[in-house]
Design a protein around this ligand. Structure first.
Ligand SMILES: [Fe+2]
Length: 328
């Protein structure tokens, strides 16, 4: 369905910038003015809605708590452009970490916070060591709010954390591998984590991890240790296990309500499009319900950040990170 956007001037320009900048960080930096334009252009954003709501792939996507609710925009073997939605916390706790400190392996990420409050974030030392007790000492390299640095960039392998925003927020996100390689298309994945599952395992078995430039076998995430100095490392697959398993009708409803609330509050309602979308046989009931509310001008219920995350203390705060971070 991305054909809808193929000849759009923004996409043509993005493809042009991509082809002219072999260096991936240059590609990111040079695309930022364009990302800003996209985020301010409601006609473009409505085309993004169309690209998704009429697309069987989007309609049948299986949501889980692991996935941030999103729209696909455009992808090639060299980049993926998406829209992400971040809910606020119901109790408005100041400085609540949204998840564990993590990195995106070999992917560089640009984010344009185009809607809502935006979020506060921190970047940490690159490639931190994990000791025998799986403890890590790392320092904060940058502490910022998206309203002061936009678009912002997270480099490949760079640990970072996002704090739950004050109000529902949305970002346009551009992902690329850190280097342009012939094998990049192997790593193309609609959910945008480097290769998972059988293919990844096959590559490890062949001892080709380095050659393909994908994730090391052990990828860690971190959280401030409740007692000890520093951060406790946890294997990525262990941290994500419960949220990946959380799927089904409740999570579908939650994800679609968040998307509907975003559409309504970002003033992107397109009744003609939604009428067309709900007539499609592949459109699931839970999506229809929200689209019908938008058609009827009924308020879509706001849904909130899931406060408990998979760390022993269930959640942690900005202060906990500041207390445990290595002082420079
Ligand atoms: Fe991230």
């Amino acid at each position: 369905m991305q054909e809808i956007l193929k000849d759009h001037p923004y996409i043509t320009e993005l493809l042009q910038i991509e082809s002219e900048n072999e260096n991936r960080r240059d590609f990111h930096d040079k695309s930022h003015p364009l990302l800003l334009k996209m985020g301010q252009d409601k006609d473009f954003l409505k085309l993004v809605l169309k690209r998704n709501l009429l697309d069987k792939g989007f309609q049948t996507h299986e949501w889980s708590e692991y996935n941030i609710p999103f729209f696909y925009i455009y992808e090639t073997d060299d980049f993926v452009l998406k829209l992400h939605v971040f809910p606020r916390n119901k109790e408005k706790i100041d400085g609540l970490a949204a998840h564990a400190i993590h990195h995106h392996n070999n992917y560089i990420l640009s984010s344009n916070a185009f809607f809502g409050s935006g979020y506060e974030s921190m970047l940490f030392d690159l490639k931190p060591d994990v000791d025998a007790d799986k403890m890590t000492q790392m320092g904060i390299t940058r502490h910022f709010h998206q309203k002061d640095w936009n678009p912002s960039v997270v480099n490949a392998w760079e640990p970072h954390i996002v704090f739950v925003p004050d109000a529902l927020s949305a970002t346009l996100v551009l992902w690329t591998p850190e280097e342009k390689r012939k094998t990049d298309k192997l790593r193309q994945h609609p959910l945008l984590k480097p290769i998972k599952g059988p293919l990844r395992k096959a590559i490890h078995t062949l001892g080709m991890t380095r050659k393909f430039g994908i994730a090391e076998d052990h990828t860690y995430q971190w959280y401030p240790h409740p007692e000890k100095e520093g951060f406790q490392a946890i294997l990525e697959e262990e941290y994500f296990a419960p949220s990946k398993a959380a799927k089904g009708p409740k999570v579908d409803d939650y994800s679609m309500k968040m998307i509907g609330f975003f559409i309504q509050n970002a003033d992107l309602v397109d009744k003609e499009l939604f009428e067309e979308a709900i007539k499609q046989p592949s459109m699931p009931e839970y999506m229809k319900k929200v689209l019908q509310q938008l058609i009827n001008d009924e308020e879509v219920e706001e849904v909130f950040h899931i406060q408990e995350i998979n760390v022993p203390q269930k959640f942690y705060l900005r202060e906990d990170i500041l207390n445990k971070a290595k002082k420079k």
